[in-house]
Structure formats: structure tokens, C-alpha cells
Design a protein. Structure first.
Length: 444
């Protein structure tokens, strides 16, 4: 009988939400009040809300209560950002491009077609890349402050693939990995696929709370820490040199593997030394050309101690065998010819221009950002709900991300992450003006 009543209540509440009789943002009764009202045990009332949350109809927020979700907004499952539909202005994903990049590719393909190496590109390649290509990447990473031999570098299919192969090669199911409470959603996907447990570390100014990391390592057996010290996504921080040394000291004290994600590091002018330079024996450095050159190029790099490379190469073999040879050849030619360095400088300036526009248009709103970043974080006022703001923007044909895909802890803040790099400047200004207007309207 109790089971039937529980199911009936779930169905009734679900119908009210789907039919709009319980509007998005409605605060539902507490678990205890629902139990008293419906004559249920407290554990059964909790089960009702859990099932509604699993259906994507409500969200439970620690300290605030249980709220009706905006049912028409795509449910990100806390992992995947949603691709913008056709006709939407995309402030969700970054795929920055500069005028003339298509011409660069056209020229590169002509040069490749005329080269004597073409036949070699039709065959299987070494898993980590050909020796001369690995040497090219090692020279490129020297500009990031890393002293590497070619046998410490592997070429992968983008930084995301680099993170995946690192986890496959060096971590085991059940391992605990310390991550920022707000972090890159792609690493959450990697963790889920490899059955890793993520332990959230809160932010403390321009970096993670290292006292909290130390306490976690004393309390639990932590295997690794995943971090973005230079141009953190989504918060844009650049960790200072002293905090980097402190993080390295914690890692050495507790035997942690450091996974350093440097996908956006090229945007930060004169950052402190990478963690991989401070602790080369314990760090895997992951980067790529998706943001600095083009997202479709899918060429990335993993740098690690030479002793770890056989495991990483085995993971590359298990997933792709090798990075597509044509793409790798083009990327390495652009590295050697200085084209990548030039594009990085141009995109750094482009990002600064976009941040200036955002600062002007969004004046009066609280923002968390870096002046040379392609994204910014907008914490919302206490009375605002991120899903409602995102849905209102969707009706304005603007796609944004809430905090949910980035959150690793139980508490998901009400905030928006705006990607600034995927639209023309005039369209960006217009879209940001709509963002400002919608937030102001929602606050009234």
C-alpha cells in the first residue's frame, strides 16, 4: 500500500510540473512537511523528491530547499553542455576563429600535397607520434617553460583525448581525484567513464583552497589532483607562484599525481612556471591546439615523465591507435613555422577585446573573469535562479551554460558561464546586452 501511495504521489507531482500547474522556480514543501501532509514516512518523502530529481523535474539545493526545474531547458546531467541549436547565438561553447584561418589551411593542404612525405601519412603512425613531430612539440612546450625531451611527449587527438588517455593509463577505477568545486566538464566525463571518484575542493581567491586539499589528503587516500593553474575554466584565475609551490609540496607529501590542464594557458601573458616545471616527476601536462588554432584540428599534447610514456602510448593505441597523420603533419608544420605562436598572440588580443566589450555592457553586474580570457562567470543575485535566466535567454535565441555542468560538489551555485569567443563582435555586444536586460528583468 505504501509503495502504491509513493508512486501515486510521484506521478501526481510530475504531472503538475509538466502541465505547468507548478511553475519553474516554485519551492516545494520540505521533506518533513511533505511527509506530514501526505501521511508518509520521512524516508519515503525523501524518496519522492529523489525520483523527481532523477526525472529532471526538480532540483534539491543544500540550505535552500527543493525547487521545480525549468522543464523546457535541456537537462545537462551535470556533465554535458548543450550544443546551441541552429539560429541561436552561442555563448555556451568557445570555438574562437580569426579571419584568414581557412586560407592558412588551404595553403597547408597544398604544401602537404606537394611534399615527399605524403605516402607515409597513409600508414599507421607511432602511437605517440613520429620522433620529429614529438621533437617539434617539445620545442613548442619550451615556450611554456617546460624542458622536455621528445620521449616525454605524446601527440593525442586534442586535449580532451589527452585527459582521457592520462586517466586510462595512470589511474584505476575507484581512485579519488581532487578537483575544483567548479571545473572543466570534460574531466567529469573522463572521471565517469573511468569510474573515478571526484572530491570537490572549494575556491579560495585565485586558486583552490589548499588547506582544504591538505585536509582531504589526511582524511582520505587521494590518488591525484586535477587542476588548471593558468586560465582556470570557468573562473579564469591564474594561480600565483607561491600557491603553485604550495600545491606541489602537498602533492609530494601525499604522493599525488598532478594532472595539469593547460588548454587555455596560451591566453595568459607571462604566467608563473607550470606545475610540470616545478614537479616534473609527478605531473602530466595536457594541452592542445583546439583553442589556439581551431577546434576541428584535434591535435593535442601530453607531456609526462618518460617512464610513464609506455602506459600513455598504450592508452592512445586502445582509443585511436594514433592521431590522424594529416592533421598532425599540418599542426607540426604550423608550430615550426611560427604560425601557432602568431595565432596565439592574435587570439590573446581578440579575447581582451571581447572582455572589454563584456565589461562595458555588463557594468553593474557581478562578474568573475580574466582580462584575456574567452569566458566569464556571472554569479547571480540570491533571488535569481540560473535555470530560469537561461530559459529566458533561450527565448531570446541565446544559449548559455548554468553552473551545473561545471559543478563537482553537492552545492551548485546559481551562476552563468558565458563563452565569448564564438560569435562576431557586433553579435557579441547585442547578445550581452540581452543577457544584461534579462538578468535585470528577472531581478525585478
Amino acid at each position: 500500500m505504501a509503495e502504491a501511495r509513493y508512486k501515486t504521489l510521484v506521478d501526481a507531482l510530475a504531472a503538475q510540473i509538466r502541465e505547468g500547474r507548478l511553475a519553474p522556480g516554485t519551492r516545494l514543501p520540505t521533506h518533513r512537511k511533505l511527509a506530514a501532509k501526505e501521511g508518509l514516512a520521512l524516508v519515503t518523502a525523501t524518496r519522492v523528491y529523489s525520483e523527481l530529481e532523477a526525472m529532471g523535474l526538480v532540483s534539491g539545493e543544500t540550505g535552500r530547499g527543493t525547487f521545480v526545474r525549468e522543464a523546457l531547458l535541456p537537462r545537462s546531467l551535470g556533465i554535458d553542455q548543450q550544443l546551441a541549436a541552429a539560429g541561436m547565438v552561442d555563448l555556451n561553447f568557445n570555438y574562437p576563429s580569426l579571419p584568414g584561418q581557412a586560407a592558412l589551411l588551404r595553403s597547408a593542404l597544398r604544401q602537404l600535397a606537394a611534399s615527399g612525405d605524403l605516402d607515409a601519412l597513409l600508414r599507421y603512425q607511432p602511437h605517440g607520434g613520429r620522433p620529429h613531430e614529438r621533437a617539434t612539440v617539445a620545442r613548442h612546450l619550451a615556450s611554456r617553460g617546460l624542458k622536455l625531451s621528445p620521449d616525454q611527449v605524446a601527440i593525442v587527438s586534442g586535449a580532451q583525448h589527452g585527459l582521457a588517455t592520462t586517466a586510462m593509463a595512470l589511474l584505476n577505477p575507484g581512485d579519488v581525484v581532487a578537483v575544483d568545486a567548479l571545473t572543466y566538464p570534460g574531466f567529469k566525463v573522463v572521471a565517469e567513464a573511468n569510474r573515478l571518484e571526484l572530491a570537490a575542493i572549494p575556491a579560495a581567491g585565485q586558486g583552490p583552497d589548499l588547506d582544504a586539499l591538505e585536509a582531504l589528503c589526511k582524511r582520505r587516500r587521494v590518488r591525484a589532483v586535477y587542476t588548471m593553474p593558468t586560465l582556470h575554466n570557468p573562473l579564469g584565475w591564474v594561480m600565483g607562484a607561491s600557491r603553485r609551490r604550495q600545491l606541489v609540496a602537498i602533492a609530494r607529501r601525499h604522493g599525488l599525481l598532478i594532472i595539469e590542464d593547460a588548454a587555455y594557458a596560451f591566453l595568459a601573458p607571462d604566467p608563473p612556471d607550470p606545475l610540470a616545471a616545478l614537479a616534473p616527476e609527478a605531473t602530466v601536462y595536457v594541452s592542445g591546439l583546439s583553442k589556439s588554432v581551431a577546434t576541428g584540428l584535434r591535435v593535442g599534447f601530453v607531456a609526462a615523465p618518460a617512464a610513464w610514456m609506455p602506459k600513455i602510448e598504450r592508452a592512445i593505441r586502445a582509443t585511436t591507435w594514433n592521431t590522424p597523420a594529416v592533421m598532425t603533419a599540418i599542426a607540426c608544420a604550423w608550430l615550426d613555422e611560427g604560425i601557432v605562436g602568431r595565432l596565439e598572440a592574435q587570439k590573446r588580443q581578440d579575447a581582451m577585446t571581447r572582455q572589454s566589450i563584456a565589461a562595458e555592457v555588463l557594468a553593474g553586474l557581478r562578474t568573475v573573469r580574466h582580462p584575456a580570457s574567452y569566458f566569464m562567470w556571472l554569479p547571480l543575485a540570491e533571488e535569481l535562479r540560473a535555470d530560469k535566466v537561461a530559459m529566458a535567454l533561450k527565448t531570446e535565441r541565446i544559449s548559455v551554460s548554468t553552473a551545473e555542468p561545471f559543478a563537482t560538489g553537492a552545492q551548485v551555485p546559481h551562476a552563468l558561464r558565458l563563452a565569448l569567443g564564438s560569435v562576431e563582435l557586433d553579435a557579441l555586444r547585442d547578445a550581452l546586452e540581452k543577457v544584461k536586460r534579462v538578468i535585470d528583468d528577472q531581478a525585478c
